[in-house]
Write a protein that binds this ligand. Structure first.
Ligand SMILES: NC(=O)c1ccc[n+]([C@@H]2O[C@H](COP(=O)([O-])OP(=O)(O)OC[C@H]3O[C@@H](n4cnc5c(N)ncnc54)[C@H](OP(=O)(O)O)[C@@H]3O)[C@@H](O)[C@H]2O)c1
Length: 283
């Protein structure tokens, strides 16, 4: 299992109510998606779990073909809670194990510690409850510290990544460390779809703006997890796997200078983000 390839695209589920999460999970898996992303804080693990139960029991897919990921709530990052809440997530997802458990935010102010919190996740791996340990919203420096502190590999860092937040340095750094780069909000929460450069490329290639954003993300060796509610959007996003953009089009997106970070909650987000934004540095 540990050598199983990560699917090139996954389904995001933030903001989906449980019933909608069940629907999107079922439809996405029927269509060919094999990677589903949720989190304790999304309040929809039970909905995703109902969807998974239906596709697994209905013989549509086998458990070992799927990558199911969830994240430890920032209020549960103390080691005992991280351990227990992950077991609870597995129960809600109606699974025997999960593939990736992420630390959702480097919430030091709420009790996160590289050694102790990751140590509790390592025990979940030893207990056969988790395949891989992931981190999310960690800077390059924090990733390095996590790698040093954990006796298991850090499998992935899930961060915001789209044409308005190109994350060039972090991409390079994770690549060097052999940590998978998972792109969240790959459509810029829908905002990047209205960008004139993206629209122009979409028109010329006769595809949607969403497909252009996703093909650009994939071209960087990153794994996008777009969230979609309707069948049309789920389908449209999956079709990005068929799209290869020309070098010229990829460069046009690389050259977009607008910088936006859409997800930066107080208390838990790395302080470095704000400082670097004030300096107008690219991150
Ligand atoms: N680790 C973290 O801290 C973190 C933070 C944010 C997100 N995430 C993960 O990343 C996932 C994706 O990010 P996101 O939900 O913030 O934003 P996103 O995927 O960039 O954008 C979602 C928005 O785009 C729309 N959309 C999706 N496909 C479309 C298409 N083909 N054409 C037109 N519009 C389309 C969706 O509408 P409909 O819903 O109507 O389809 C929704 O409004 C989340 O769901 C979550 O799993 C993780």
């Amino acid at each position: 299992m540990s050598d199983k390839e990560l699917p090139k695209i996954g389904l995001g589920t933030w903001m989906l109510k449980p019933q909608a999460a069940r629907f999107s999970t079922i439809e996405a898996i029927k269509m060919g998606y094999r990677f589903v992303d949720t989190a304790q804080s999304y309040g929809n693990e039970k909905g995703v779990g109902k969807g998974l139960y239906e596709v697994l029991n209905g013989g549509i897919v086998k458990r070992d073909e799927l990558i199911i990921a969830t994240k430890v709530h920032p209020l549960r990052v103390k080691p005992k809670f991280a351990y227990k809440s992950t077991l609870k997530s597995i129960e809600k997802l109606k699974l025997d194990y999960i593939d990736i458990i992420y630390i959702h935010w480097p919430a030091f102010a709420l009790g996160y510690s590289h050694e102790n919190t990751l140590g509790s996740l390592s025990k979940l791996v030893d207990d056969g409850k988790v395949k891989h340990i992931g981190i999310s919203n960690f800077t390059a420096k924090q990733t390095e510290a996590a790698i040093k502190a954990c006796d298991k590999p850090i499998y992935a860092n899930q961060v915001e990544h789209h044409p308005y937040l190109q994350q060039t340095e972090l991409l390079k750094s994770l690549n060097e460390k052999n940590v998978n780069f998972i792109s969240y909000s790959p459509l810029g929460r829908g905002k990047a779809l209205k960008d004139p450069i993206i629209i122009d490329i979409a028109k010329r290639n006769k595809v949607s703006s969403a497909q252009v954003c996703l093909a650009w993300v994939i071209s960087k060796g990153a794994y996008p997890i777009p969230k979609a509610t309707s069948l049309d959007h789920i389908k449209d996003n999956y079709a990005s796997l068929e799209l290869t953009l020309s070098q010229e089009d990829l460069e046009k997106i690389d050259e977009i200078t607008r910088i936006e970070r859409y997800v930066h909650p107080p208390v838990v987000a790395p302080k470095e983000w704000k400082k670097r934004f004030q300096n107008k540095e690219l991150i």
